[in-house]
Design a protein around this ligand. Structure first.
Ligand code: ADP
Ligand code: MG
Length: 715
């Protein structure tokens, strides 16, 4: 077996039978490399096995012993299933107790030996080992534990693969593994105090002490972030070599344009605009993310950028994630530039419209619109992503704007750029401006979004009052409705957000689990619309909006609500991003516990968009302390940034970014919380690229990097 390599097929190894290798293959593990990168998720310290006779209260311990007896019974008082086992070793016996895990009885067998790890607890004068984790062993290794000193890796045990089996397999492989070449240059390892690849693999699987395992884990996290940083920086460098149309505007012209806007820009808006103006004035493509709290006024900045493009005879594609939002942008921009004669088009799956200045608006067929765009007769095209994907060809696309960028990952962005017309011809790339109201935590800005330059709007337009946010106790629901009525009587409008469209259904004979019961209690748009329009506010104008409605229908509901034709809009999360109805001052969120913090923050951002005092009322289906605490951080966070950091902390980076891919494995995901590590990886990547921009001097790294890029690209 000597001379094992990472590419060696496991089935070719001695001792790996067809049954075992089939199990491994089901986990996607075929080669030695696959196996060695199947990391443990925790370790147990059996060097600290305590003889049962020496156990003390409140100790967290590992006990090694034989199951003497095991039973499960039901307590009638609390309706709990209690599994009890007696564990014995040479020094004595102790009871182990598991709650509501009756299957334990089927796993642990009388007369067999196991390791148990857990806490010694006392209640009602009885001392026991509380819900210990367990692992089968052959027999008590008398004094042997000291020999095998070190931590024992515990792998995710799936589909019949036990940790024990994996350890048995991995140990000799590591012993016989040919020396591995490390693709991370030695200086970088040294500077960051990281173990080499070979050492890290050994320590990941069989660490002598916790610090070894941590060091190994850090190395793998570093490695992935480092590759991601290389990817970001090379993307940036490559982009800096692509040609782009220089989009310029004389200073006096820009000043006059800004002067004519419906309101005075905030200092922060001006700064961001200046950064964008500077970028546009280069013959290299801009790649910038404009972030700013909800309501900070990003749209108008985008509009000015589009205007600058049009002055240079270039077109702008302005893309929004939903049709509702695209229509709103269309309305906003036609209002900001009422006498713009270069043509502003709305182009979504269900609606096409063209504005030619001075109130002249026409509807025209998609085919006609396409033709006009291709002829360069329309300068600003607003729509969903369909406008880039549905083979619309632009005469001269100078600027691509994507609103609510946080929904798109690196790969989608790359695809967008790749599809941008002109990319595979010799024509220039469009400048790229993305916008996001979900502030990106610093670590993510430097990693997942690290190929972008950042502009941040840090203030809200003057005169905005903080939205008063309250978690409403269910008993005060009536009172809350009274308050809503008062506001509406004063001329304001209200949103009601529900977590689902249809009421939950129960099949005949279906047994209701707790989760199902909870789900049934969730308010649906349809029921809530019925209830509010018929029972609670029969005299008010109530309307509903949800994702199952047709595009045109949604659009007209939104428009009518915007124009004040309705008092209350009952909606699903479709209104989450970007919707702007300044006269709405009340946001009611049903089932608030069902939404993430950033999402709630987005909902709340739909109000507080005028000088009227606004309110956000949260109804929660859960009164658990954790839920309330999470909702309370919405009340206390000073701004979106603070909340975003908190959200990431609570839900983890993966959740925070939704389902979108980051291209990062689990070991690296956790590291996205670690700003120092993130900065170190960025510095390392910068340093190496500054001396060796095409990595030709680091062939092993180049190899690995190419593989990484291929993977990111495929996602
Ligand atoms: P977001 O940044 O969330 O996309 P919007 O661009 O929708 O915000 O702007 C929010 C609201 O604030 C809009 O009604 C817009 O007209 C208004 N607004 C934007 N900038 C200013 C400003 N400088 N002064 C006053 N109102 C502004
Ligand atoms: Mg917006």
């Amino acid at each position: 077996m000597a001379g094992t390599q990472l590419t060696t097929e496991l089935s070719a190894l001695q001792g790996v039978g067809p049954k075992f290798s089939a199990k491994l293959q089901r986990l996607g593990i075929r080669t030695v490399g696959d196996l060695l990168w199947h990391f443990p998720f925790r370790y147990e310290d059996y060097s600290k096995v305590v003889p049962i006779g020496e156990l003390g209260i409140d100790q967290s311990v590992t006990v090694q012993g034989m199951i003497n007896q095991i039973t499960t019974r039901r307590t009638w008082k609390k309706n709990l299933l209690i599994t009890e086992a007696i564990i014995v070793d040479e020094t004595g016996g102790i009871k182990a107790v598991w709650f509501n895990q009756p299957y334990v009885t089927n796993i642990l067998k009388q007369g067999h030996y196991y390791n148990f790890a857990g806490k010694i607890t006392r209640s009602n004068r009885e001392v026991y080992l509380a819900s210990p984790s367990y692992e089968q062993i052959d027999s008590v290794r008398k004094g042997d534990a000291k020999h095998t000193a070190g931590l024992i890796p515990i792998y995710p045990e799936t589909r019949g693969l036990t940790s024990k089996g994996l350890r048995f397999l991995i140990k000799p492989i590591l012993k016989n593994l040919e020396p591995l070449q490390d693709f991370i240059p030695e200086e970088i390892l040294k500077e960051n105090k990281l173990p080499s690849l070979h050492v890290a693999l050994k320590r990941m699987h069989f660490p002598l002490q916790t610090a070894d395992a941590q060091g190994a884990k850090k190395r793998f996290a570093f490695e992935n972030l480092f590759l991601l940083q290389l990817n970001n920086l090379t993307l940036k460098m490559r982009l800096a070599q692509e040609p782009a149309l220089r989009l310029s505007i004389p200073e006096a012209d820009l000043a006059a344009t800004v002067q004519k806007l419906p309101f005075q820009l905030t200092t922060s808006q001006k700064e961001s605009l200046n950064e964008i103006v500077k970028d546009l004035n280069q013959d290299r493509p801009m790649n910038r993310l404009l972030q700013g709290d909800v309501g900070s006024g990003k749209t108008i900045i985008a509009a000015v950028a589009a205007l600058i493009a049009s002055r240079n005879n270039a077109q702008t594609a302005f893309m929004a994630p939903t049709e509702v939002l695209a229509s709103q942008h269309y309305r906003t921009i036609t209002k900001i530039f009422p006498d713009f004669e270069g043509g502003i088009a709305l182009f979504t799956a269900t609606k096409t419209q063209l504005y030619r200045g001075n109130g002249a608006e026409t509807e025209l067929t998609k085919a006609k619109l396409r033709k006009e765009i291709a002829a360069g007769n329309i300068k600003i095209i607003i729509g969903t992503h369909a406008i880039i994907q549905k083979s619309v060809s632009f005469a001269s696309l100078g600027l691509a704007i994507v609103d609510e960028q946080h929904r798109f990952g690196v790969s989608q962005r790359a695809a967008l750029l790749a599809q941008a017309p002109g990319h595979d011809t010799n024509r220039a790339l469009p400048h790229f401006l993305s916008m996001s109201a979900t502030p990106i935590p610093r670590t993510l800005a430097l990693t997942v979004f690290g190929d972008l330059d950042l502009s941040t709007i840090t203030e809200l337009p003057p005169g905005r009052k903080e939205v008063i946010t309250k978690i409403v106790d269910p008993v005060n629901r009536k009172k809350a409705y009274g308050f809503v009525r008062e506001q509406i009587t004063q001329g304001r409008q209200a949103f009601v957000i529900c977590p689902r469209i249809e009421p939950g259904a129960v099949k005949e004979g279906e047994i209701l689990t707790e989760a199902k019961k909870k789900a049934l209690e969730l308010k649906s748009v349809k029921e809530e619309f019925e209830r509010l329009s018929k029972k609670v506010f029969p005299d008010l104008r109530v309307v509903m909006l949800h994702g199952k409605m047709k595009g045109a229908e949604k659009e007209s509901v939104m428009k009518d609500f915007h124009d004040g034709k309705y008092d209350i809009l009952v909606s699903t999360s479709v209104i989450e991003v970007g919707v702007d109805v300044p006269n709405a001052t009340i946001m009611i969120i049903e089932g608030a516990d069902r939404f993430g913090l950033s999402q709630l923050y987005q909902f709340r951002g739909r109000v507080g968009r005028s000088t009227h005092q606004s309110f956000c009322l949260l109804f929660s289906g859960s009164e658990s302390a954790g839920t309330i605490k999470r909702l309370e951080s919405l009340l206390t966070a000073k701004n979106g940034f603070e909340l975003a950091e908190k959200d990431m902390e609570i839900r983890g980076p993966g959740q925070f970014m939704g389902e979108q891919q980051t291209g990062l494995p689990d070991v690296a995901m956790d590291a996205l919380q670690d700003i120092l590590l993130v900065k170190a990886t960025r510095d390392a990547a910068k340093e190496i690229l500054s001396n060796d921009p095409d990595l030709s001097g680091h062939p092993a790294l180049l190899n690995k990097f190419t593989e990484f890029q291929r993977k990111v690209h495929l996602e």
